[in-house]
Design a protein around this ligand. Sequence first.
Ligand SMILES: [Zn+2]
Length: 234
Amino acid sequence: MSDFPGVLRVGDLDVTVSVSDRRKSVRLTVERDASVTAAVPPQVSRAELTKLVEAKRSWLYGKLAEKRDLGEAPPEREFVSGEGFLYLGRSHRLRVVDSGEVRLIRGRLELARGGGAKELVDWYRRVGARWLTRRIRPWTARMGAEPAGLRVRPLGYRWGSCSPDGQVNIHWATMQLPPSLIDYVLVHELAHLHRADHGAEFWRIVERALPGHEDHRERLRRTGNDLWLPEKGR
Ligand SMILES: [Zn+2]
């Protein structure tokens, strides 16, 4: 047990581990601040705990999503002129116009009167599909990973996912991030085309493609909570 780090990383989750002589089984807790802790009996190995966290993954993500909903959720947006929406890391003010499709023009995001979350989410998906399809190209070349396709859609609590047939999915909300962080999301999913798990080799592939990826991960974690994620867009 002495090899246990204070923090165990399992996939996209960081689990703060404490060892307790009195415990007979592992207790996983999602804390109020949306951090994850594990209280483990001394005989549990690192590999066993990793397996257990992996098995509990969807439960943990569900709990994390709840905390986010209840606790530190960013304020709801209003669909009125002047409201700010992020695109590629920059805030753009909304301008409500009489009619037309959502569009970004001269730094303003135009939305037809009566429109709301659905129209804006559709816009993020539309521009995201175009922008990401271009953006991913140099990464696919560099990493020798060619996705079968790229889709931009709601993915709940995840930034991206990848299906066994090589399809890469990116959450539309990712389009609010600055390009350097979007790159991390793309690199992460492309690395999964080589390695499905989050083992050491997976992180080596990520690091080779994007040196200093730890820093990106950390920034993504901090920025992620500030993004607009309306209920219907999850
Ligand atoms: Zn992953």
